[in-house]
Design a protein around this ligand. Sequence first.
Ligand code: NAD
Length: 464
Amino acid sequence: MLSVTSFESIQDHVSHVRQVFFSGKQRDLKWRKHQIQRLYDLVAENEERLIEAMYFDMNKPRNEALVGDIAPVLDECLYFLDNLDALAKDQKVKPRSIVNKTAKAIIRKDPLGVVLIIGCWNYPVQLSLLPLVGAIAAGNSVILKLSEVSPYTAAVITDLFPKYMDTSCYRIVNGGVEQTTALLKERFDHIFYTGNGTVGKIIMEAAAKHLTPVTLELGGKSPAIIAHDADMQLSANRIAFGKFFNTGQICVAVDHVFVPEHRVNEFVAAMKITLEKWYGPNPQESESYGRIIADRHVDRIEAVLNNRTSGEIAIGGQIDKSDRYMAPTVVVNVKYDDAALMSDEIFGPILPVISYKEIDEVIGLINKREPALALYVFTNKEKLAEKVLRNTQSGGVSVNDCLVHQAEYSMPFGGVGGSGMGNYHGVKSFDTFTHERSMLVKKQAMEGTNNVRYPPYTSRKLSI
Ligand code: NAD
């Protein structure tokens, strides 16, 4: 089982990896690539153990673990193995200022120093190791705080880590809120946090004490819109994927869906067809359907359903607490200001359906909230999609699909406003963990030319 890091050792871990950072070891690109290769091996050679651990944590179906956790980390490692030399290369710039004409102007891609990465439990491999790849690539020392909410996965990563990685500069800290709080007292050069906005504020406040920059990968109530013209069965399939993959426990999951009022029955019928096809008559017996991570989250999501102030359950609604099972659930006739369903991010398998007449009404409602992490729109009309995108905000967007923009690792991933700040994946991870150090290098020659900028400031000098 997962053993917790002692409070006494936390400070030592941080100061040790900082000391090693200043030894300059991580500056060597070959060395960084070797560490990235070792991280690749850690995941590739232990895929089965990691998949099994995620099954123990949340019954994560094998396919979802492979697609959502294992493959992204392997892919990110390969990306950096192929591209690190080019990314880390000094960038030469042509000086603009007359006094620097003969100097070398260089932007050096310096590591930030010691980075704290705080992972999250819903994708316990991806959300811990994927930012780690970027931090290693950029040459940093790292303290990795794994999520205590997915203890089986955290235990396997903790066991494997010293067998593969150089623990003089990369260290794991395990534990709960107390350990995270103790960590946050230390000074880091960057904090990368994935989780909810309430804790995001705590992280930012702690970081501010040391003027530490943060990346906050948060969540929000991501809407999907089915336009009047959309193919309903296709929309239902893709929205089901966006809602019930990982049992709705995804930061970019569809939180609620807007459906034209005359097409709500059609949507429910289409969703029934999809769910029956995917999970059979009883999703609890399906190997393709996961479970809620912890009892307290089952209680939380159950309360959201029971305390709703509008809507009727059209599909699902069954809960088996002993199995942490919640059926894929669709609630229709939900009011946008429902006190339970529409207050916080649901982060579970309940889909509120809100009916509408005109798209402008939907845009107005979306803009009443903080920008969400994702926004989905289903339509064949490009102009309509463009109208929605131009008049709303969100971290990212998929048109005519769900989740897939997050999984396109060639694009930046991150939130805006209440859904987070900063971004990562591929080149953006490298940028996130890099300081662009401007360096102007001059020769000790032609001192006479500098007279023009030295006092006394005569009128002749000013006229040059
Ligand atoms: P969580 O509560 O487990 O928090 C994650 C980390 O924060 C843990 O390491 C925990 O120890 C620490 N923590 C929790 N409370 C703390 C406190 N009071 N002080 C200091 N540290 C504390 O994670 P969660 O909030 O249950 O995760 C779900 C949320 O994360 C959802 O809102 C979801 O949208 C978001 N999320 C975002 C992304 C993304 O990439 N943007 C990915 C996954 C999840």
